[in-house]
Design a protein around this ligand. Structure first.
Ligand code: PMP
Length: 283
């Protein structure tokens, strides 16, 4: 079956879909993106993702390429054409194509690319296998709250971790606090047994999954401390895990050479995964 992608007004075969070589996304990473989880035919947290898209665009002085009312039928049509039930919807907006110049061009038509990819349905019984993460200096730029496509630093960090035998990196700022994973938000159950994740700021991407889990956990009476934690605190944590639209909830059982919770998946992580899986079923 052919895969289809949406590129600036047309549904093209995935292998033939393309943008211009002068596209500013290609030349300058001058663009932003969003990833929405499609779970059993339902788009998860669409409004929140589109809110963040609008915000990321505003921060780089761009408008939404079209209204949400116009965008939703395109996403749905792409899902239909790709016969997707569960997977990821990737959307990228760039400042468009124009003669290469560091100065933002005026009157360029933004590029909108949407792709859809089949994926597995989140199942806490299958997904909850711990991964190892390695801490490293967060050398990404200073505006990590913008979901920019300038992902080279994140990609470099993840590659270093993979080459060293880890699944991902937890990035650490100059003050020694963990910021987040290369493409996910970081959580611990701290030494006092409290669920902890750092508050949103320019140092992290404000995860939509993070936000949903905070709301869901609070409804269940689970207390959450939104406070930065150091690498040392992470080493001494009772549990650790990450969240994102593509991983949902993923346990971390080793940070550098420190094994967390004897290498087992913690009860809180299991509970959060279960709550999130229930939320996905009802979304
Ligand atoms: N932090 C970073 C750096 C990310 O790239 C992502 C996901 N792309 C997240 C956090 C998680 O965000 P969300 O839950 O919205 O997927």
């Amino acid at each position: 079956m052919s895969r289809f992608a949406y590129v600036n007004g047309t549904y093209a075969r995935h292998e033939e879909a393309s943008v211009h070589i002068e596209d500013r996304g290609f030349q300058f990473a001058d663009g932003i993106y969003e990833v929405i989880y499609l779970y059993k035919g339902r788009l998860i947290d669409t409004e929140a993702h589109l809110d963040r898209m609008e915000r990321s665009l505003r921060e780089i002085h761009m408008d939404m390429p079209m209204s949400r009312r116009a965008m939703m039928p395109i996403i749905k049509e792409l899902i239909r054409r790709n016969r997707l039930r569960t997977g990821l919807i990737y959307m990228q907006v760039t400042r468009g194509s124009s003669k290469r110049d560091f100065i933002f061009p005026e009157d360029t038509v933004p590029t909108l690319v949407i792709t859809a990819r089949r994926g597995a349905a989140f199942d806490p019984n299958k997904s909850l296998q711990g991964m190892k993460v390695m801490t490293m200096e967060d050398m990404r730029w200073a505006r990590c709250d913008i979901k920019t496509t300038a992902l080279l630093p994140a990609s470099m960090c993840k590659q270093v971790a993979l080459d060293a035998g880890y699944s991902d990196a937890w990035l650490v700022n100059k003050e020694g606090f963990v910021t987040e994973g290369t493409s996910n938000n970081a959580w611990i159950v701290n030494a006092e047994g409290k669920l902890q994740t750092r508050p949103p700021s320019h140092e992290i991407l404000n995860g939509i999954t993070r936000k949903s889990i905070i709301e869901l956990a609070q409804k269940e009476g689970i207390e959450i401390v939104e406070k930065p934690f150091t690498v040392e605190e992470a080493y001494n944590a009772r549990e650790a895990f990450v969240t994102s639209a593509s991983a949902c909830v993923k346990p971390v059982t080793q940070i550098d050479d420190k094994v967390i919770a004897n290498g087992a998946v913690g009860l809180t992580c299991e509970k959060i995964a279960k709550i999130y899986a229930d939320f996905l079923e009802k979304a």
